[in-house]
Design a protein around this ligand. Sequence first.
Ligand SMILES: *Cc1c(COP(=O)(O)O)cnc(C)c1O
Length: 472
Amino acid sequence: MNLNMNFAEVRQVTERKAGQRSTREWQALDAAHHFHPFSDAAALNAQGSRVITHADGVYLWDSDGNKIFDAMSGLWCVNIGYGREELAEAAYRQMRELPFYNTFFKTTHPPVVELSALLAEIAPDGFNHVFYTNSGSEGNDTVIRMVRHYWASLGQPQKKTIISRVNGYHGSTIGGASLGGMTYMHEQGDLPIPGIAHIEQPYWYANGGDLTPEEYGLKAARELEKKILELGVENVAAFIGEPVQGAGGIIIPPTTYWPEIQRICDQYGILLIADEVICGFGRTGHWFGSQYYGIRPHLMTIAKGLSSGYQPIGGVLVHDTVAKVIAESGDFNHGFTYSGHPVACAVAAENLRILKNERIIDKMREDVMPYAHQLWHNAFDDHPLVDDVRTLGFFFAVTLVEDKARRQRFANGGELALRCRDICFQNNLVMRATGDSMISAPPLTMSRAEAREFVGLAKKCLDQLARELGRL
Ligand SMILES: *Cc1c(COP(=O)(O)O)cnc(C)c1O
């Protein structure tokens, strides 16, 4: 590929390549040889996968030439949008210069140094160190080993239980899935591993009963205190949570929740871990979700938006208080061949420079974000089929409900949401169905016109489902 080509030219090449096989052929080969993550292989193969061939801005194109609005930013990751040539060039340059070298044995390289310094500059005060992984799951596995090593180094090896939440998502490795609170994942592979305990998620709409959201937020946070006392504080290493739960269905905690969690972590002296894999790098309208909520974690897991998904890279940002102990405790026997991979680091650094220099997060927060929130509420606040209409940063969600007045949900809400996702697919909109919620997280670079298109499409699809159910 010629480096001087622009993205339109690159696309023509892709299209020419795409012409080499028909959609049918790709689907047949895919069905024959490719196992998809989180999928029912038999059902998927009977239907055939949609083949995505290229992308630009907020749009994807499939092999049949359909233009699709990607209101999920890939998988919560393409924060700066598709088609940024600078990132492709950063990868190409780095591959020619130094495609790989490890950082295990007394060596380093410029891209990992530059990215680390940039992260220290962007991250909240006191976060001056980063440990690299290839993914968010590996980041959370690293967190488990690091917090246990931290307490062992301080002479408290029994202090190793990590408390997390029901329906939280922390990845799909054995450690990540154990921290996560997805029962359908725990059912496969004998999870969770020992030393992990789960408490209720702060989901007022589902669990709040007659309490106000504020009262319920305190109650949900105090589940942490109860669990610490039940396990014995001498056995508890840390609490981990996503500032806003993403894969669990965009669960936005009541405003009282995080301050109370912070109080409890401080009072009992346990570590606070923010899983920033989705919230980090602008999703909440701030660099980190922790900043949105004003909390002070000791560790932050990062991935996804770190490279805007252009390269697989993740890691753990480590606060000085923890970094000091780890640094003074001899070898930390942990790492991945590709920890701090030069190409991934070069691309992530370019992504962060673009986010920073173009003020993408500030611009979004000041302009398109409030505008899109308004559009979302106008479209859905009075919609007959949905309730718990929620927006925060570039998170958008609604829950399908049978009876709004009584907060009563459908017995088959999950099926209806999947039906809605299919309708979205047919209308060239990518939204996700989680339980009985329809959720969305578009690229941070979405324009006002694109926001109108996105919300218009979402409303069209929910209207169609409402008509099918005789509710409109
Ligand atoms: C996606 C995600 C992970 C896992 O990241 P992978 O890169 O898929 O391993 C962990 N935590 C959160 C909050 C996530 O959304």
